[in-house]
Ligand binder design. Sequence first.
Ligand SMILES: C[S@@+](CC[C@H](N)C(=O)[O-])C[C@H]1O[C@@H](n2cnc3c(N)ncnc32)[C@H](O)[C@@H]1O
Length: 275
Amino acid sequence: MKEKSKSEKKRSSISLVYLFLKHYIAGNNRYGIHSPFVYNLLTGCIYNKTLPGEFQAIEEQRKKLEKDNRTIEINDLGSKKDKEIEVVNKHCRTISGIAKKSLKSRRQAFLLYRLAKYFECKNILELGTCFGITASYLSMARPDTVVNTIEGCPQIAGVANTVFGSLGGMNIRLHVGDIDELLLPVLNDPGSPDLVFFDANHTKQATLSYFNIILGYIKESTVLIIDDIHWSKGMEDAWKEICSNDMVSVTVDLFYMGLVFFRKGLSKENFVIRY
Ligand SMILES: C[S@@+](CC[C@H](N)C(=O)[O-])C[C@H]1O[C@@H](n2cnc3c(N)ncnc32)[C@H](O)[C@@H]1O
């Protein structure tokens, strides 16, 4: 197994707290924002926790997963294109351990739901399903929403399928396999995505590779949500490169995740927002 390169290693908790404080001090709330698009996004969605939604059943599934001490064999998929990272590392972990560490929190999953609802997203793509908690939140955005979600570890995908079965997630299509191989066929099937959530392989190379492929399929209204943009130096470099891409107009840095917009008529700007 190859060692992760230094820039791809998760930052220490102390560095993350320092960066968070820096973000908080430099960041704006809605009152410092002059862009009507971003101001409306903040008031109507990001800070608007009153948007209706019924998440009790999903949260009960989360609780069950967090108490499930069964062990499963997992494949940690690194990007095959990234020679600095291990390709596949097989080991055993408990379902509860994965659930506590890898799933988006209730707060973040609810924000993803609000974004999908606010932008009236029908065609959603999630990279990295894990046990399907966030996919389930996203699937509730509107009755005609379809969520395509890709998971590389068959044992994890098996658990996600049980979760979807219990929740009746009829509008979720789980694709099992490496994103490197499945991204193109999945994008080709439903056509331009309205929303893509990047939450799989948190490396610079994989993030930029997925971003560049997805660029060929976006429409003006597509929104990309990239998780953990400050998690490592590599992820931060990827975020900066995405922000400076010519096709991108507005970006919003919420620290835990970054939002990317392609809308024309908006001045190119990165908004650092306290959330
Ligand atoms: C952080 S978890 C996703 C959590 C999920 N979005 C949620 O909040 O409910 C990341 C998942 O991505 C999967 N993954 C990582 N690299 C992948 C790859 N190259 N192809 C497919 N799946 C991958 C992992 O197996 C893991 O289950």
